[in-house]
Structures are given as structure tokens and as C-alpha cells.
Design a binder for this molecule. Structure first.
Ligand SMILES: *Cc1c(COP(=O)(O)O)cnc(C)c1O
Length: 424
């Protein structure tokens, strides 16, 4: 029986869409390796890794095996008053990979929730250590941290959903997005607004939340590591916590295992998600240091006040463990380096196209910044015609393919981007 697209259109929300005038959706029946299969049998090379998550590709034998063996033991059990091997083994492996100061793990059920938990950790920490006035949160313009309310409130105030919910959202402080590009020279003026803010108000500020190096949905911007290094130094100097949202960048995407490594810094709190489960199930994590955990335990509540029903879901933990074991084996380093090289070479010609403002590549991320907003539905159809799955938004045509993509497949993606961008 075929997938009922009419029913879908009338009754099912898709991300960021209208129920009355929805964008077209494509029926996918199977995914294998780096290809998605449409219901009519056509195959599409995947340029999205399903929004940064499927880094090892689809239908991966080891990930499948990890889920099925866990399934025969138990699909789920509550985490209140109970623990289980998938959670313990996952966190053991995770702690071997993250910066050494991070020692405590909260397993959340999505990236947005991991950010909510990170903010709670920061606020409860300052309560616990008796600095109850430290409640202000700082983040960057062009930042993106998720769609739930607290996460939304630290996203870019213009490009995000702030305007719609402004009466309901707390008014936090926003710093200008750093202007120094990843590969260019560093302009120290990028740090001036933060210096000024901290000089005036550090006593009231709990934490700075940022995406290290790669500002994703706020514009696919890659900023200079010295900015991140400078933020870390200022946070130390003024006793403000640094929350690194590595949900998109974690596990190799930017060319380092974690994007913080580009600046050789360690955050006080780190959020992981997306690639954590290899794109199989929804799972995220918020990690913090011993010191943060100590402070939280001194707060009035005595514990960290969060506990989702599906916390540490065993199936998700089991597949995440296998996924990060594959990462720990290290092949991603050559894979991402090769992707970066090929993206740089094969997207470079796009820079000459009239509609293209800039071509940017970092790690396994390739971006065409267009001069104007693109027609998503039209471009999407053109990509599907060319046998590739690429989903543009705003003025960005970009890819972040599975690390396992072949060089021939990647060439198809790059060539399609060139063709589609030249028709814009
Ligand atoms: C995707 C993303 C989130 C939100 O994660 P969800 O799992 O979609 O809730 C938060 N921060 C960053 C940087 C992201 O890329």
C-alpha cells in the first residue's frame, strides 16, 4: 500500500510548516548506507545525515545489531530508582571521549532538552554556592539552541521565534555574533562587547551559552577559534559559566572530535545530541564538571530538578554506545579530512556564480551562502530530480553528509549544488 500523502498533508505537522499550505513532502521507504529510497524506487544520495545525526549512514549493521540485542533484553524501563548496563556503558565510553573536567552526565531525550538542563544546571549551581543573584543568561546573536521555551530564549532574538513569543520569553543578554571568520585573521574587537558586559554586570550573570566555532541554523557561520578562547578566559576571569552547545558539532563534524578543541578550551557544561545516537533514536546528553555538580547538590532542591519519562532509554543508549564506539575507533578523522578536501575543491567553482555570495567549508560541512533567500520547495524538487537529498533554508544551500559517503557520491552532491545554484 502506498503512503497516503493526502492524509499526511491534512493531519500531520512537519517541522516549521503551515498545516494549511504545507510544503511538499517526499515519501521515503528505506534508507541504506548514504542513500534514501523514495517510494517509487528512486534513490537519493543523502547530503543531510538527517540533520547532522546519521554520521555512519543508514541501516548500519553494527548499529542495527546493538539495537536488536538490546531489544531482546528490554526496550525501556524508568530511570528513577533504576539503572541499567546500556546507560552505564554509554556514559563510561562518553567520559573517555569528552574533555577530562567533564565527569557527570545527564541523559536527556532531545537536544533542546539537553540545553534546558544545561541552563538549569547553571542556575542551580549559583543558587547552591550562595550567589543567588547570578541569574542572567548571555548568548550570541546568530545562535541556535533549540525550540523549547528556555532554549528559544537564548537563540538569536531576531532570526528565531522571539518576536512571536516576546511577552513570554525572559529577556536575556545577546552579544554580537563574532565577525572574525574561522580561517581569517582575528579581530580582538569581537570580544569588546563581552568585556564591557562582564565589567558592568558579571555579578548577575550565570552563564554564557554558545555553539563553539559553528553557528548552525543561525547562518552556518564558522567563527575564529581565538574568539572562543577569549570567551573562555573572560568567563574564568569574571566567574561566569561557559555552556558549549556541541549538539551539531560533536563527534567529528567540524574536523575535531568536539569543536571546542579548535580553541583548546573546555566548557563547564557541554550539550551533546544529534550524532550521539548515530541518527537512530532521539538521545542527548548534558555533561558538567564535579564542581558544578557539587554546587547543584547544595542548592535548595538538593538535586538537579529534571527527569523525563524516557530518560536514558535503553535502546537509545545501546545504539549510542555502538555509535560512539565507532567514532572512538577513529576512522572519522580520515573520512572528515577527505570530505573537507573534496568539498573545498568541488564547491570552489560555485563562488563564481552570480547568485552565490560565499562558499564555506569546515570539516564535513559545505555551505553556499546565496545572495537571496531561496525557494525551498522549488530547489528541493530540483535536487530530487538530480538524485540527491539536500534541504536548503533561508539563503543557505548546505550539506553535512554521513562521514561514510563515497567520493563519487560526494561529487554528485557538489555537482548538484553547482547546477541548482547556477539556476538561481
Ligand atoms: C539541533 C540543535 C539543537 C536542538 O536539538 P533537538 O534535538 O532538535 O531538540 C540545539 N542546539 C543546536 C546547536 C542544534 O544544532
Amino acid at each position: 500500500m502506498s503512503i497516503n500523502l493526502d492524509f499526511d498533508r491534512q493531519h500531520i505537522w512537519h517541522p516549521y510548516t503551515s498545516m494549511l499550505t504545507p510544503l511538499p513532502v517526499y515519501p521515503i521507504v528505506r534508507a541504506d548506507g548514504c542513500e534514501l529510497e523514495l517510494e517509487d524506487g528512486r534513490k537519493l544520495i543523502d547530503g543531510t545525515a538527517s540533520w547532522w545525526s546519521a554520521v555512519h549512514g543508514y541501516n548500519h549493521p553494527r548499529l542495527n545489531q546493538a539495537i536488536s540485542s538490546q531489544l531482546s533484553q528490554m526496550a525501556h524501563v524508568m530511570f528513577g530508582g533504576i539503572t541499567h548496563q546500556p546507560a552505564v556503558a554509554l556514559c563510561q565510553q562518553l567520559l573517555k571521549m569528552v574533555p577530562a573536567n567533564l565527569s557527570k552526565v545527564f541523559l536527556a531525550d532531545s537536544g533542546s532538552i539537553a540545553v534546558e538542563v544545561a541552563l538549569k544546571m547553571a542556575l542551580q549551581y549559583w543558587q547552591g554556592v550562595g550567589q543567588t543573584q547570578k541569574t542572567r543568561l548571555v548568548s550570541l546573536r546568530k545562535g541556535y539552541h533549540g525550540d523549547t521555551f528556555a532554549a528559544m530564549a537564548v537563540c538569536d532574538p531576531h532570526d528565531s521565534m522571539h518576536s512571536m513569543f516576546s511577552q513570554l520569553l525572559p529577556q536575556h543578554d545577546f552579544l554580537p555574533a563574532p565577525q572574525s571568520a574561522f580561517a581569517g585573521p582575528f579581530d580582538d574587537n569581537d570580544l569588546t562587547p563581552l568585556r564591557d558586559l562582564l565589567r558592568r554586570s558579571a555579578n548577575d550573570i550565570a552563564a554564557i551559552t554558545l555553539e563553539p566555532i559553528v553557528q548552525g541554523y543561525g547562518g552556518m557561520r564558522f567563527y575564529h577559534p581565538d574568539y572562543l578562547r577569549g570567551v573562555r578566559e573572560l568567563c574564568d576571569q569574571y566567574q561566569v559559566l561557559l555552556i558549549a552547545d556541541e549538539i551539531a558539532t560533536g563527534f567529528g563534524r567540524s574536523g575535531k572530535l568536539f569543536a571546542c578543541e579548535h580553541a583548546a578550551i573546555t566548557p563547564d557544561i557541554m550539550c551533546l545530541g544529534k550524532a550521539l545516537s548515530g541518527g537512530y533514536l532521539t538521545l542527548a546528553a548534558t555533561l558538567c564538571s564535579d564542581e558544578i555538580a557539587r554546587g547543584i547538590s547544595l542548592s535548595a532542591a538538593g538535586g538537579l530538578m529534571h527527569g523525563p519519562t524516557f530518560m536514558a532509554n535503553p535502546l537509545a543508549c545501546a545504539v549510542a554506545l555502538e555509535s560512539i564506539r565507532i567514532i572512538a575507533e577513529g576512522h572519522w578523522q580520515q573520512q572528515v579530512a577527505a570530505i573537507e578536501q573534496q568539498l573545498s575543491a568541488e564547491l570552489a567553482p560555485c563562488a563564481k556564480l552570480a547568485a552565490v555570495k560565499q562558499v564555506r567549508v569546515l570539516g564535513a560541512i559545505g555551505v553556499l551562502e546565496m545572495r537571496q533567500k531561496v525557494d525551498v520547495a522549488k530547489l528541493q524538487a530540483e535536487f530530487v530530480e538530480r538524485g540527491v537529498w539536500i534541504r536548503p533554508f533561508n539563503n543557505l544551500i548546505y550539506i553535512m553528509p554521513p562521514f561514510t559517503i563515497s567520493s563519487a557520491q560526494l561529487s554528485r552532491l557538489c555537482w548538484s549544488m553547482y547546477e541548482v545554484a547556477s539556476s538561481c
